[in-house]
Design a protein around this ligand. Structure first.
Ligand code: NDP
Ligand code: 8X3
Length: 249
């Protein structure tokens, strides 16, 4: 049976790789993001029916309107992949830019809530669906400069668990996918377009690829309907949690 799948942040990185991974597996796709030209190019390259949706997930009204007025063929969303998100900056909390914090909260937390709230009632009415939230290892392991970003992803982890609780008794699954370091445009965005700084993040290590993360999403989706994958945490083999730090005089 063909599923209707909405991917937020499909113009780049994980979202684009997910669209490419899911397209051959019976998913008609709603590709959402702000960069329409990229979404259209992706839609043109895929051998499945796609609907391009220019959408800023931070805009509550726009999200409600766009997801409430989808074309008939795409209106009954079976799979919602809340992937749109970003990290901005690596400054310590005392000197971080408040604007960066606000943008992360508006996108990673509020945007995810708006999309979920718009799609979930239909899933409940139909008594079927799967929500995949893209969290991060940053939700669980603090690192220098990770402050507000890690906290937004902690929200994603806890919100996913609470959704499971609210949806108990419904045939709706919720999965939180929590990757570690992966090479996408993530670092370029984090360092406000500084290519050298972004590249340095991935030097001397084989990071995860967007395709690695897309495969984890595909696997979670492909489990039998009675199996809910609660969360998946994946890291490059050469990355690990650093443990407790101590500063000595
Ligand atoms: P990319 O920067 O490559 O992709 C981010 C995507 O999010 C883009 O498609 C972008 O689309 C979209 N996006 C950002 N802001 C908005 C917005 N306001 N409205 C709609 N779409 C938006 O990074 P990744 O693919 O790596 O990131 C995807 C998710 O994975 C994020 O939630 C990130 O936090 C998370 N993550 C990333 C890791 C990594 O190391 N790369 C590891 C763990 C988690 P557009 O600009 O066109 O709107
Ligand atoms: C992004 C991965 O390791 O930079 O969520 O926190 S990391």
């Amino acid at each position: 049976m063909t599923k209707t799948t909405l991917i937020t942040g499909a113009s780049s990185g994980f979202g684009k790789a997910m669209a490419e991974a899911l397209a051959p597996h019976g998913h008609r796709l709603i590709l959402a993001g702000r960069r329409t030209d990229r979404l259209q190019a992706l839609a043109d390259s895929l051998e499945t029916h796609c609907h391009v949706l220019t959408l800023d997930v931070r805009d509550s009204e726009a999200v409600g309107h766009a997801l409430g007025t989808l074309p008939t063929e795409f209106a009954d969303v079976d799979v919602l992949i809340n992937n749109a998100g970003l990290a901005l900056g690596t400054l310590p909390a005392q000197s971080a830019e408040l604007d960066d914090w606000e943008q992360m909260v508006d996108t990673n937390i509020k945007g995810l809530m708006y999309c979920t709230r718009a799609i979930l009632p239909g899933m409940v009415t139909r008594n079927r669906g799967h929500i995949i939230n893209i969290g991060s290892i940053a939700a669980h392991y603090p690192y220098m400069g990770g402050n507000a970003y890690g906290a937004t992803k902690a929200f994603v982890a806890q919100f996913s668990k609470n959704l499971r609780t609210d949806l108990l008794g419904k045939h709706i699954r919720v999965t939180c996918i929590e990757p570690g370091m992966a090479e996408t445009e993530f670092s370029l965005v984090r360092f406000h377009g500084d290519d050298a700084k972004a590249r340095a993040v991935y030097q001397g290590i084989q990071p995860l690829s967007a395709e690695d993360v897309a495969q984890a999403v595909l696997w979670a989706l492909q489990q039998p309907a009675h199996v809910n994958i609660n969360h998946i945490e994946l890291m490059p083999t050469m990355q690990a949690a650093g443990g407790v730090a101590a500063h000595r005089e």
